[in-house]
Design a protein around this ligand. Structure first.
Ligand code: MG
Length: 179
């Protein structure tokens, strides 16, 4: 008989839940890949959004990233349902300017992929292209205070991964950096 007190981590479940919740919140991998393409198209004109999906998948395969996605989406949903404590409830609901924990959580994703990731994250956060327009639209009743930064961070990380890989290819390095 198994002891209910013993917690056993199931990595597959965490990965699957991450994929499911992104889709439930209206974020497809192609939508993230389009952001990656937006970030990298000037450097690699032959790159397609479809090609970028591979890199989005690689970023999403990391536990740090999955943890951030699940935590952020959970907080967004609790805010939608009005279940957070005051004053945090309203700070997240109204995406208050001085509340920066959403960006900080997203940085835990970017952290994995080095300084190009940081630069891209700041850039995409400022311009808010593609799906980030919808995630920032406050008029549809949904709250994406955390998810918009997380999606931007995944795209920025995938863009950084591409930049490092392409450079490694140019140099003929067989073992690419940043898996
Ligand atoms: Mg935000």
């Amino acid at each position: 008989m198994s002891n209910p007190e013993i917690y056993s981590l199931n990595s597959r479940k965490v990965a699957d839940a991450t994929d499911e919740w992104l889709v439930k919140r209206g974020v497809t991998k192609l939508a993230i890949a389009e952001l990656v393409h937006f970030l990298q198209k000037d450097y690699f004109p032959d790159l397609t959004p479809e090609e970028c999906i591979v890199h989005v998948d690689a970023v999403l395969s990391k536990r740090e990233v999955q943890n951030a996605v699940l935590t952020g989406i959970q907080l967004d949903i609790l805010a939608e349902e009005g279940k957070l404590m005051a004053p945090l409830q309203d700070m997240i609901k109204y995406d208050e300017g001085l509340y920066g924990c959403d960006e900080i959580l997203a940085l835990s994703i970017v952290n994995v992929y080095g300084s190009i990731g940081f630069t891209n994250f700041g850039y995409i956060d400022k311009l808010k292209p593609g799906i980030l327009v919808r995630l920032n639209d406050k008029s549809d009743g949904q709250i994406h205070t955390f998810l918009d930064d997380i999606v931007g961070a995944i795209a920025a990380s995938a863009a950084s991964r591409i930049a490092h890989r392409k450079q490694a290819e140019r140099e003929g390095v067989t073992q690419p950096p940043l898996d």
